[in-house]
Design a protein around this ligand. Structure first.
Ligand code: SAH
Ligand code: SF4
Ligand code: F3S
Length: 455
């Protein structure tokens, strides 16, 4: 029976008996970290976490709006949540995150949602939960110029206890024409570096061995302070000093902004992993300009050349969008040729999904038909699969230091973990455990895994 009290006929959540909260997380790594912040806020306010939806008094989805299919999935989940509501009177259903921010009170119009809270409104959740009544849903979608949740220690929800996400900034000041993120997450703001270092120290003390610093554009991290500004390079140096045993990763780098200084800092610290996620989006200058990406194909290729010069063997991954507005066969071939030339380790590949309110939606017709979008995307995927294999083959015969994440999915007698370049390694080993560092030699590979032996 859910936790509801009836005071004067007004059914409200009963705080005398630790209400249980269940959260499903969609979208990017930042959303995973946001869910951890939400748990922290709610646990401090007297709630308890549950992983069992049928046991929950409060059901939240922390949502993503980046593509239409991300939102469609959530609509399906809202229907499922309502079955819980029907079966158990008093269950509260809430939508958090980017879709809450984008659709605002439209979500309440469905009568299936009790709470709508945007990415900067999580401190209000205890208040919204207290105020919610069957006929009085609650909404807070105010975006902030300051909120970074810098003082909140996230409650880790990962399973392996080895690798933690730390948000170093929120929002985005780039207005890539296809992208909804600046509208759902607001303006860019950086988090106090001392709280970031403290969080890294805290997770290390709890046994974690890897932190991933998160932001939509980490290269523009900037903390202004009287004793001297701290940029991303300086922040990397500060976090790298927490312990040589703590690995540092970061995402996402912007081709326009990633500096040689960052590359040299990576080179100078063994514990900063040699992997860069550098979304290219398209290989055609005409598309890049229309997308409002502030670099050209040539600039991108030069950055890649610089990465490979300063950081030999550095892992390189990307994101790409097929079938953006007015994309021709020629533009598409330029994307294919860039993929051929660069040889990424892996790529996140999407076809263009028009997002209402963005510059592209307001100005350019979504005029590449779905068959063409799908065909082009499939051509990119097919090429990338070959290039992934090519990239992984280059590592056969090499030795890597691997941070063990746990047993491999396929074989309990094997362990898995990542090399510094972010490639997944598997190797027979029943002695080591999650969090150990081991040395391996690569014997063979697939297009997504390095098959290794301990040395
Ligand atoms: N800040 C990161 C990207 C965040 S969104 C950056 O600038 O690279 C993650 C990825 O989703 C993007 O890199 C892009 O490839 C994809 N994406 C964003 N908007 C999209 C849209 N409208 N349609 C299809 N893919 C999109
Ligand atoms: Fe979106 Fe561009 Fe910002 Fe990335 S940098 S979040 S693609 S607007
Ligand atoms: Fe999605 Fe929002 Fe992240 S739109 S990709 S959850 S910033």
């Amino acid at each position: 029976m859910p936790n509801v009290a009836d005071h004067y006929g007004l059914r409200k959540i009963d705080m005398s008996n630790k209400p249980k909260v269940y959260i499903e997380t969609y979208g990017c790594q930042m959303n995973v970290n946001d869910t951890e912040v939400v748990f922290s806020i709610l646990i401090s306010a007297g709630y308890e976490r549950t992983e069992d939806i049928s046991d929950a008094d409060v059901i939240f989805a922390n949502t993503c709006s980046v593509r239409d299919n991300a939102e469609q999935r959530i609509w399906g989940r809202i229907e499922q949540f309502n079955l819980q509501k029907k079966n158990r009177d008093g269950v509260i259903v809430g939508i958090l995150g980017c879709m809450a921010e984008r659709l605002k009170d439209k979500l309440l119009g469905t009568k299936k949602v009790d709470i709508v809270a945007g990415p900067d409104a999580y401190r209000s959740l205890p208040r919204l939960l207290e105020a919610v009544r069957p006929d009085s849903p609650q909404i807070d979608v105010l975006l902030s110029r300051e909120e970074t949740y810098g003082d909140i220690t996230p409650v880790r929800i990962d399973k392996n206890g080895v690798s933690a996400f730390i948000s170093i900034m929120r929002g985005c000041n780039n207005v890539c024409s296809y992208c909804v993120v600046p509208y759902t997450r607001g303006v860019e703001r950086s988090r106090d570096p001392h709280t970031i270092v403290r969080e890294a120290e805290d997770v290390f003390a709890k046994g974690y061995k890897e932190v991933t610093l998160l932001g939509q554009n980490v290269d523009s991290y900037l903390w202004k302070c009287d004793s001297g500004d701290i940029n991303f390079t300086a922040l990397l140096g500060m976090v790298a000093k927490v312990s040589p045993e703590l690995r540092i990763r970061f995402s996402t780098s912007n081709p326009q902004d990633i500096s040689d200084e960052v590359l040299y800092t990576m080179a100078a610290h063994d514990n900063i992993c040699k992997h860069i996620h550098l979304p290219v989006q398209s290989g055609s200058d005409r598309m890049l300009e229309k997308m409002r990406r502030r670099y050209s194909r040539e600039w991108y290729l030069q950055r890649v050349a610089r990465i490979r010069e300063i950081l030999p063997g550095c892992g390189l991954t990307t994101d790409v969008i097929a079938g953006f507005c007015s994309e021709t066969e020629e533009d598409h071939k330029l994307t294919l040729s860039l993929f051929d030339e660069v040889c990424f380790d892996t790529a996140f590949m999407f076809y263009y999904s028009e997002r209402p309110g963005t510059i592209a939606a307001r100005n350019y017709p979504d005029d590449v038909d779905i068959e063409t979008k799908t065909r082009r995307l499939n051509e990119i995927i097919e090429l990338q699969n070959k290039k992934s294999l090519e990239s992984y083959r280059k590592d056969v015969g090499k030795r890597f230091k691997v941070l063990v994440e746990g047993p491999s999915k396929k074989n309990p007698e094997e362990l898995c973990g990542r090399a510094s370049n972010n490639k997944m390694c598997v190797f027979p080993d029943v002695f080591h455990k999650a969090g150990d560092y081991v040395e391996v030699e690569v014997l063979s590979c697939t297009s997504a895994t390095l098959i290794c032996r301990l040395v």
